[in-house]
Design a protein around this ligand. Structure first.
Ligand SMILES: NC(=O)c1ccc[n+]([C@@H]2O[C@H](COP(=O)([O-])OP(=O)(O)OC[C@H]3O[C@@H](n4cnc5c(N)ncnc54)[C@H](O)[C@@H]3O)[C@@H](O)[C@H]2O)c1
Length: 415
């Protein structure tokens, strides 16, 4: 039987689009068929790279085009409406992380998709990374005994990258932007059902930046398994140092990256800061960068000190900071090629090979759901549960208490 090809429309062609368009373009069961973005250079570039029709307004694209799927990659605060428009037009939806900024918005998005009978995949997080999927398999097989704890540490330069202050204000700094990755990974590994969050979020090292640049939290699963998560985006220590100097995408990362990023940011003149950050962010967006191109950035600026390359494949496995997972009879962590397992007899390295990369895995999950009616892992309710735990970091920190979670759901059987 011939495989079906999904016609995909994209709402929001910014920096995120430079990361996911190559994966959709490469996928044999996908055709990029339309786009919507108010930025003319992005629309023009999309038509040049992929063909299809371009719209200024996502609502018009949802209504006019005969699409199977709409990918929503607008800014966080504009996720809800395009998802609802897509559902109302009878299209399946993929929405970038964080799914939304409030649980009420998540509910509206979930309801709209349920009413329309369409699938809502709320990707994309580091839980799709091949080493994380391998680690989940090891835990589920139980060869090293039950899961007993998870610890994650990520230190990078997030707060001094060329992101506008308004973007950081929307996401409470790293908390609603980066914690969804951390928490999604942990929920995926631990089965989904978190019980509580106790956290402190900090804005100390670059206090003129809005939002929190760091957090430390203690989470517990309903089965008692404890988790600690620590993040700092202030550009001082770099957790890539613990990973052979490979960065988040598995690309080489220079030991000078954090210092350059922080130095550039701190040297910005207050009066010009907003304009300069807007201009630098624009250089990172699709439209400034086309398929197969690198963003052109001044030295030391970029995402992780390295301008994203649209379409370049990384050389090592992706890495969202040190992740140390303990089962009763083994501690397991990532190393650049796979998983290092510390069990009786010493360390054993297990390379992770032959698995689809994270973006391909996400599209495969969507395809299986849309075409073969398989259950999604990362559906709207899953992402709402991840957002609940991320919001709890803010609440716990503000109220100085443990927050009990109420909207957690379990990983579907067989994962
Ligand atoms: N999963 C990941 O690893 C990852 C990586 C980067 C970004 N993201 C997420 O992707 C989203 C976008 O982030 P970004 O960095 O690309 O932002 P961005 O500002 O670079 O791009 C947003 C784009 O959306 C467009 N837009 C805004 N409103 C629109 C509307 N109503 N209709 C159509 N287009 C509209 C803007 O013109 C812009 O081109 C965020 O939610 C972010 O968290 C996820």
């Amino acid at each position: 039987m011939q495989a079906r090809v999904l016609r995909v429309g994209v709402a929001g062609l910014g920096e995120a689009a430079t990361e996911f368009l190559p994966g959709y373009h490469r996928h044999p069961h996908v055709r990029l068929a339309a786009c919507a973005d108010p930025r003319a250079p992005a629309r023009e570039r999309f038509v040049r790279d992929f063909g299809g029709r371009a719209y200024c307004d996502a609502a018009d694209m949802c209504a006019a085009e005969n699409l199977d799927v709409i990918v929503v990659a607008t800014n966080h605060e504009f996720h809800r409406d395009p998802v609802i428009w897509a559902a109302q037009a009878g299209r399946h939806v993929v929405v970038e992380k964080p799914m939304a900024l409030s649980l009420a918005d998540c509910d509206e998005m979930i309801d709209a998709c349920d009413r329309a009978g369409v699938r809502l995949l709320a990707g994309h997080s580091h839980s799709y990374d091949a080493p994380i999927r391998s680690l989940r398999r090891l835990i589920a097989e139980g060869s090293y005994g039950p899961l007993s704890m998870i610890h994650g540490w990520n230190f990078n330069d997030f707060m001094t990258r060329p992101y506008p202050d308004s973007h950081l204000a929307q996401s409470a700094g790293v908390v609603l932007n980066q914690a969804p990755h951390h928490i999604d990974v942990v929920r995926y590994l631990g089965g989904g059902l978190l019980h509580s969050v106790r956290a402190v979020a900090l804005n100390r090292s670059v206090p003129t930046r809005p939002g929190f640049g760091a957090y430390a939290c203690f989470l517990r699963f309903t089965n008692g398994v404890p988790v600690t998560l620590v993040y700092s985006g202030y550009g001082l220590f770099d957790s890539a140092e613990l990973f052979g100097w490979y960065g988040e995408g598995g690309q080489p990362r220079q030991p000078t990256t954090n210092a350059a990023s922080r130095g550039n940011f701190l040297a910005l003149d207050d009066g010009e800061r907003a304009e300069r950050l807007d201009a630098l962010k624009e250089r990172l967006r699709y439209g400034s960068v086309g398929l197969g191109e690198r963003a052109v950035m001044p030295p030391g600026w970029g995402k992780g000190g390295r301008p994203p390359t649209t379409g370049a494949l990384p050389t090592k496995q992706p890495f969202f900071g040190l992740l140390l997972v303990s089962c009763d009879r083994a501690d397991i962590r990532q190393y650049p090629d796979g998983l290092a397992i510390y069990a009786d007899g010493g360390r054993r390295d297990v390379p992770v090979t032959g698995m689809p990369d994270a973006r391909q895995a996400e599209i495969d999950e969507l395809y299986q759901a849309v075409v073969h009616d398989r259950p999604l892992v990362h559906d709207g309710r899953w992402a709402k549960a991840t957002l609940e735990a991320s919001l709890a970091i803010l609440q716990s920190s503000a109220e100085n208490r443990e927050i009990i979670l109420r909207h957690q759901i379990a990983l579907p059987e067989g994962n």
